[in-house]
Design a protein. Structure first.
Length: 258
């Protein structure tokens, strides 16, 4: 769903948005398969009309957590497609716990040191250590470059330099309970607005058929907003939704969390 101010986009407007979004996808894909990589922002075609800011948000902050000028066109072109309908009503944590039932997994056991050589890896934790043939390190690039895990021998400098160039993005959910579907949206309906700047968001409505609605903020604006705290995030969510659906939204919200 797309909104133009306090109304749904008309058919012609929606067609214009979708066609320009496809153009942007194709341009980034072509750039990403070229000989030289570039920032995805440079690959965007001219003439995206008044959907430029929306498309930049949808492909950058919403999809990657970063502005498109900080996203590789090659990486974006080779990224796997995401199914926005792939939700678990109980939450992904419950899904993973169900799938992992019976596996010899040890939780709440942070690793402090990896001693690795060609024969294998010694993994040291606060509950002892174990020997393994392989270790998969899933810590964030920020934590990796901050030295929170001791490697012996140290990781090659080129690996640390590469991690240092992969700064984390920003993506936050602002949860709102609105019983009775006051916005008249479908289950798991994804809503964008025709934005005029980076100060925008997306709405995921009626999550898994519940009264939960998520206002998604991301990228530079989302990072700056989250730095102001939960109160500022909730204020923005209320203000943003009111601009799209009218002031009645505020009375429909029974609880909010950011």
């Amino acid at each position: 769903t797309a909104r133009v101010g306090p109304r749904n986009a008309r058919d012609a407007e929606l067609e214009n948005f979708l066609s320009n979004l496809v153009r942007a996808h194709r341009a980034i894909d072509e750039a990403g398969h070229g000989k030289t990589d570039m920032a995805a922002a440079r690959a965007l075609p001219a003439g995206l009309d008044n959907w430029q800011a929306t498309i930049e948000f949808a492909l950058g902050p919403y999809l990657c957590g970063k502005q498109l000028d900080h996203v590789s066109a090659e990486d974006l072109a080779h990224a796997g497609a995401r199914d926005i309908a792939a939700f678990c009503r109980q939450g992904y944590g419950e899904l993973l716990a169900k799938l992992a039932a019976g596996l010899p997994a040890q939780l709440s056991t942070p690793v402090t040191k990896l001693d690795w050589d060609r024969r294998g890896i010694d993994v040291y934790t606060g509950k002892g250590h174990l020997r393994a043939r392989t270790a998969i390190v899933t810590m964030s690039t920020n934590a990796l470059t901050a030295g929170r895990l001791d490697f012996k021998p140290e990781l090659p400098k080129r690996h640390l330099d590469a991690a240092g160039n992969l700064a984390l993005g920003s993506f936050d959910h602002i949860g709102l309970l609105m019983p009775g579907n006051p916005l008249d949206l479908r289950r798991d309906d994804l809503v964008f607005e025709r934005a005029a700047s980076q100060r925008t968001a997306a709405l995921l409505a009626n999550v898994s058929g519940t009264d939960l609605h998520l206002v998604e903020v991301a990228g530079d604006f989302g990072r700056a907003l989250s730095a102001q705290g939960a109160s500022a995030m909730l204020d923005f969510a209320r203000e943003w939704l009111a601009s799209l659906f009218g002031s009645r939204v505020n009375s429909a919200i029974t609880h909010g969390h950011a």
